[in-house]
Each structure stands twice: as C-alpha cells, then as structure tokens.
Design a binder for this molecule. Structure first.
Ligand code: UD1
Length: 445
C-alpha cells in the first residue's frame, strides 16, 4: 500500500509570483542526447523531479558520471566512459521516456537492448513509429518476449514520414539522424517547445538541422558531436498548472520566466473564460488575473501549437465550476479521461462518451478521498481540491512527484493550504520531512 498522500484544503485567492522550473519533458530527452557526445556537459535549470532521478540512474547504468547540484539546479554529465548499451527493466518500467536513449545508443554503438516500455494507464502508448522508422534507416529490430534488441552496421539517411507527429518518435529519430552521414528528413514531425529545445542542444553539439514549415526537420549527418552547456527551457506545463490553480481560486499570478508565446492556444482559452492574461514583450513574462465568474468553454487537445493534452485534466477541473456546459475532446491519448470519475467523487457533473467529456458547471465542489491516475490527473485533483469545500485527500502521489518539482511548495507560497503526508510505522499519517525517500517511490507513468 502506498504510504504517501497529498492533503488539500480549500484555499481562496492564491496570489504571488513564481519562478517556473525547467521543463521535465525537455530535460529527459536532453540528458539522453548527451550520449551522442564524449566528454563533460553542463545542464542548467534542471528540475529535481523523480523522473530526472530515474534518468540519472539510467545514464549511470550505461557508464556516464552524473553530478546534480539540486539547489543550484545544475547537472554535470560526463559521457567519456559510456561503454554499455543495455537498459535494465527496472529503469525502463519506471519511466517510459527511457526509450529515448534508443536513438543515441544506435548512433553511438550501432546497438541497443531495452526492456519494452510497459503499457500505461492513459493508453497503449506503443513505440511502433519509432521502430518502423529505425527499420527504414537500416536497423534490425528483434523483439524477444518483453525485450527489444536493435542493431545496425551503418545508419542510412531516409525520408521518414510520421503518420502522427509523435514527440518521442521525432526526438528519437532526430538524435539518431544527427550522426547518420547524408540527409535525413522527418516529415510531419512534432515541434513542441521541448523538441525545439532538443534541436538547440543538438545544434550546439555541432549537428546540422533545418526546420522547414510546416513540419519537416532536415538533418545533415556529421561524424561526431561535442559536449555542451545548456539552460533548459521553462516548463510550460508547470506554468499552465499554476495558472489553473490560481484561476480556480479567483487569484492573481505573475510568472516572470514563462514565455506566453509558447502557450498561446491554452492562454486564449483562459481569456475566453473571462480571465485576464497579459503577456510581456516578445512573450516574456505572464501576468494572470482570474475572474470571479468564469464562463464554460470547449476545446480539443492536439499536438503543438494546439491545446496540450498535458493541461487537459487541470483545465477540466476548472470547467467543473464554470457557468454553463463545456465539451472537452481528448485526441492525443485514447484513455486520458480517468480523472473524471475522481472529480465526480468531489461533486463534479461530467459525462464521458469515447474520448469526449461533457462538463456541466456546478456551484460547489466538495473535498473527498480521490486517486491520481497519472501526472496531470494528480494536478487536476489538487486544483479541484483548492476550490472544494473541506479537505481533499489524494492518493497516487508518486505521479505528482514524477512530474513536478515540489509544486506543493510553490502553491503554499501562493497561499494554498496543501501538504504531503506519509504514514509512520504505526500507520498514522504525518507531514513529510524526507523528500528524497518519496522521490524514490515514484513509479511508472
Ligand atoms: C510526450 C510527453 C507527454 C505528452 C506527449 C504528447 C515526454 C517525456 N512525454 O509523450 O508528456 O503528453 O508527448 O504531447 O516528452 N504513438 C503511437 N506510436 C508511437 C508513438 C506514439 O501510436 O510509436 C501515439 C501515442 O500512443 C499517443 C500519440 O501517438 O496516442 C502521441 O504520443 P507521443 O507524442 O509519442 O507522446 P510521448 O512522446 O510518449
């Protein structure tokens, strides 16, 4: 039984200024990309989330030396002695993003052995786009039970057409292509800000990459890449989560280091709800002021620059208390509405049909005991808990710790009444003092 839980009490009018952390989804792939180089790299603005700890373990398992100064948010990675190409099932099962070492290891060793990433609660999440296109580049892929062995003598450049702009497949193929002599194109590529942060890193390493509108990445392969120093892009998903927490409580929030131009589809929905959003020059800095009587809005998730699937659940939590009816359509993952039944326990009125949720706004939500089913569902339940009458107890906290760097502390500084508790030896819950231990408990997404 999981012995950690989040407690959230009704907290109205959150208010203040927050520095947003570096993006989890950028740092994981950028850490993997360092396997393309030999030597010492430095990453700045690295969030201390549980997934980052998993990626450190993975790199160490392959022979890298990693030092992480959590307070300074600086990570030193020395890849000089990387000499292994096998990823153990223990690491693979903890974090699906482990699959992102496939491209760099194929480019470096011509070989990689991985346990297959398990299915996940928000959908099947296959890796067929990755494998099909690696095969087109000449890679032999063999699946033995739940293990995957891939090998190639020499990667061949190709025109790779993705049937869907998968973030992970784009990143994996892009990394492999940087060291594939000749010209590779990735057509219908994902162009999320985190993919573009990876492109920046690869260019700093010496890769030759051009992006052609609307969504083709051209890569001219080079013989070798060198170590880099890089500051990770801000986490637009943490920024969005903080804004939605502020919105539901009718408060005000300033995010000086967030860039509003990277969140425009999302921010325009908040504007449509009646909230006030101001973006600084060149997109730098966001000032948010919530309306006390938000309107219902409808949206569907889609790849960037569309509405991010990773903010769908948190937005829905807000819509539960808006005047009128909203329609939320999830098009990216086939099973990402599991938070609905938990929100219903808190008094929300939502009906689900296939990938569509119809939300009828209610006057009030009530604290309840609920279970987080993935990272973003955990954030949605926290947001609902901030507005709900009474106390909300959230289980499944490992998801929260995997995706966010002490977000409960940031919310507390804004005036939220939220804390983590863990069960002591006698089963009695007490506020958490040892964060390291909690991070290690984090499991698969
Ligand atoms: C990444 C993000 C995740 C985000 C998602 C979509 C990281 C670590 N995670 O996940 O937070 O929610 O992008 O923005 O960056 N698919 C296939 N076959 C494949 C690959 C994907 O069918 O080979 C499907 C998936 O099941 C899903 C859709 O494509 O339905 C999008 O997945 P993808 O963009 O690959 O997401 P991830 O890279 O796993």
């Amino acid at each position: 039984m999981e012995n950690t839980r989040l407690i959230v009490k009704q907290s109205l009018s959150l208010s203040g200024t927050v520095d947003v952390s570096g993006a989890k989804n950028a740092v994981l792939v950028i850490m993997a990309s360092l396997l393309l180089t030999r030597g010492k790299s430095v990453l700045k603005n690295v969030p201390a989330s549980a997934d980052v700890s998993h990626m450190i373990k993975l790199l160490e398992q392959l022979g890298a030396q990693v030092g992480f100064e959590k307070d300074a948010k600086i990570m030193h990675v020395d890849t000089s002695f990387v000499d292994k190409y096998k990823v153990s099932p223990e690491i693979m099962n903890k974090m699906r993003a482990s699959v992102l070492v496939m491209g760099p290891l194929l480019a470096h060793f011509g070989q990689v052995d991985l346990a297959l990433p398990g299915g996940c609660i928000i959908g099947a999440r296959p890796i067929d786009y990755h494998l099909k296109n690696f095969e087109r580049m000449g890679v032999d892929v063999e699946i033995k039970g739940s293990f995957l062995c891939a090998s190639v003598k020499k990667l061949t450049p190709q025109r790779l057409v993705l049937e869907y702009p998968s973030v992970g497949a784009t990143e994996n193929l892009l990394m492999a292509a940087t060291c594939t002599i000749g010209t590779t194109h990735i057509v219908n590529a994902a162009l999320e800000p985190e993919v573009l942060d990876l492109v920046d890193v690869l260019k700093k390493m010496g890769a030759r990459i051009t992006i052609h509108p609307p969504a083709t990445i051209e890569i001219e392969g080079v013989c070798s890449l060198h170590p880099i120093e890089h500051e990770i892009v801000f986490d637009r998903l943490e920024a969005g989560t903080l804004i939605l927490a502020t919105a539901i409580t009718g408060g005000q929030l300033t995010l000086p280091n967030a860039n509003g131009y990277l969140m425009e589809t999302f921010l325009s929905k908040l504007d449509e709800m009646g909230h006030s959003v101001s973006i600084g020059k060149d997109g730098n800095g966001i000032v948010f002021r919530a309306t006390k009587s938000p309107r219902a809005v409808s949206f569907k998730t889609s790849p960037y620059p569309g509405f991010p699937t990773d903010l769908q659940a948190q937005t829905m939590a807000n819509l539960c208390l808006c005047q009128g009816k909203s329609l939320v359509q999830e098009t990216v993952f086939e099973n990402r509405l599991l938070h609905v039944r938990e929100l219903e326990k808190m008094g929300a009125q939502v009906s689900v049909e296939c990938n569509m949720a119809r939300v009828s706004g209610v006057e009030e939500l009530y604290g309840a005991e609920v279970i987080a089913t993935d990272i973003r569902a955990s954030a949605a339940l926290v947001i609902a808990g901030l507005a709900a009458k009474g106390t909300t107890i959230i289980k499944g906290v490992h998801h929260w710790k995997r995706g966010y760097e002490k977000l409960e502390d940031k919310l507390t500084k804004l005036g939220a009444n939220i804390w983590l508790e863990e069960a002591g030896e006698k089963g009695v819950f007490e506020p958490v003092v040892n964060y390291e231990k909690i991070s290690q408990e984090a499991e698969s997404f």
